[in-house]
Design a protein around this ligand. Structure first.
Ligand SMILES: Nc1ncnc2c1ncn2[C@@H]1O[C@H](COP(=O)(O)OP(=O)(O)O)[C@@H](O)[C@H]1O
Ligand SMILES: [Mg+2]
Length: 266
């Protein structure tokens, strides 16, 4: 039986308008130019593309942080494109964005405990304090963080621990889809491997769908069930990692494959 679509994007267009000071004219950058794809429950979809190809804009528009010019967005097979913010609220918790820059989501003055309590207060206000505390411990365990970190501030955590915390924060509202924007790009290889394993486990155990954005073809091929390749706001190619890597349809994918560092035989 086919799993339901958690997310479906139809012909999405996103523009940024750029104001030119001193000149009475505006122009615009088309960040996303007519993209369509869908993602079903339990699927890991990779969005692969070089810097500037429109990946972050796509995720921000799905979360309504930026407006779209054209197209439709379906969450849980419901067209939410023209929903008011109030009507969209229950859908907001189904999709959680883990941004590239953790500074965007962590208030440096909040402890780990406060950071994890906040989304529970917003989306599960009826939970008692005791239930929230139990939930926070479960969240820490699900991302393999020690509970002794609860009273620490983000600046007192390692990069890998901050990444795990941002995933725990995303998981707090029990989403159906985690959208990870280049979350391992700045990490050392060991941390990258640990985070990839964590995402794989979350996907297998909780059947959470993951939209995994990266410029690294090796990482995306390793983790994802399916891949779309983006360039200049458009989809160049899509398929399984095997299809994409075995018979690249575009020179661009071939270049990405050639750019993967190889260890020289000694
Ligand atoms: N706030 C913004 N204002 C104007 N242009 C932007 C803004 N954010 C991104 N862009 C432009 O949109 C395009 C896509 O950017 P982005 O979505 O960040 O790509 P990626 O995440 O793939 O690196 C780029 O050309 C970028 O310069
Ligand atoms: Mg980006």
């Amino acid at each position: 039986m086919k799993e339901k679509n958690v997310l479906q994007i139809d012909s999405l267009v996103i523009d940024y308008s750029n104001k030119h000071f001193g000149l009475f004219r505006r122009n615009h950058t088309r960040a996303v130019n007519g993209i369509s794809f869908s993602l079903h429950k339990g699927e890991i979809l990779g969005v692969l593309g070089e810097s500037g190809s429109g990946k972050s804009s796509l995720l921000k528009a799905i979360c309504r942080f930026i407006p779209i010019q054209k197209g439709r967005i379906f969450i849980d097979e419901i067209d939410v494109t023209s929903f008011s913010n109030k009507k969209f609220f229950p859908y907001r918790k189904k999709i959680q964005l883990i941004p590239q820059d953790f500074c965007d989501i962590f208030n440096p003055k909040m402890t780990v405990k406060r950071i994890l309590t906040e989304p529970l207060d917003v989306h599960f206000p009826y939970l008692t304090s005791r239930k929230k505390e139990t939930r926070i411990i479960e969240l820490l365990e699900s991302v393999e963080l020690d509970r002794s970190l609860l009273e620490r501030f983000p600046s007192q955590l390692s990069g890998g621990q901050r990444q795990r915390l941002s995933i725990a924060r995303g998981l707090a509202v029990e989403p159906e889809l985690l959208m990870c924007d280049e979350i391992i790009s700045a990490s050392d290889l060991y941390t990258q491997k640990q985070i990839l394993l964590l995402l794989q486990n979350l996907n297998r155990k909780k059947n959470i769908a993951i939209l995994f954005v990266s410029h690294n073809i090796a990482v995306v091929s390793h983790l994802c069930h399916n891949i779309i390749v983006m360039r200049k706001g458009k989809v160049l190619d899509s398929g399984t990692p095997y299809e994409i890597c075995k018979t690249p349809k575009s020179l661009y994918v071939q270049l990405l494959l050639d750019s993967v560092p190889k260890i020289k035989a000694i």
